[in-house]
Design a protein around this ligand. Sequence first.
Ligand code: HEM
Length: 183
Amino acid sequence: MQGIIFNALEDFVLEKADMELWNSIIEDSEVASGGAYTFGVNYDDAEIVALATTLCEKLGVSLQDGLVLFGEYLFDYLVERGPIELQSYKNTQVLLTELEDVVHKDVKRIHPEAYTPFFHYEPNTESQGELKYQSKRQLCAVAAGLVKGAAKHYKQSVELEHTQCMHDGHDECIWKLTFAAMH
Ligand code: HEM
């Protein structure tokens, strides 16, 4: 997993709590890297799972709920640091349509060693569609949080109905998404 995701997790902890909590999470998780994460460097996936698990234990929230909240936070963090074109997307549906071929492809171009997930968004109507996700990491909770974060960013509401999940043995996750504009 790319260093930027670890940097975002640290920022998330600093925003919700403080440096003391972050240091204690690093210590208790016994991560191989020692907890100093650099942008552009790739770290073992197990480290993000260990850190997120320790964080959620300390906060007394389920890993699932914690990952959704982190995903929500992560969206703005990535948009602020990602390609400038992200700012000009009209809404979440447009972003989701371009996620595979533009956004994550750009991540691969800049960091060829990054492993990016597979996404496909199929609109049924302008406000409703189906999102498919596949990844060896099975981070659908983070994906759901990112979709919520995106909707907030584009001033929309979103309903996510997780109709199929990799954690139940399926080879991909599917959500039915319903968007509405908020003014
Ligand atoms: C709604 C929008 C988005 C969704 C649903 C999404 C989904 C995800 C998920 C679930 C992951 C975790 C890795 C995995 O599942 O295997 C991930 C990784 C990542 N995403 Fe996105 N993403 C979104 C937007 C963005 C944006 C705007 C950027 C900015 C450039 C971005 C850059 C990245 C990067 C750098 C990684 C880490 C890849 C790695 O560590 O190898 N994503 N994304």
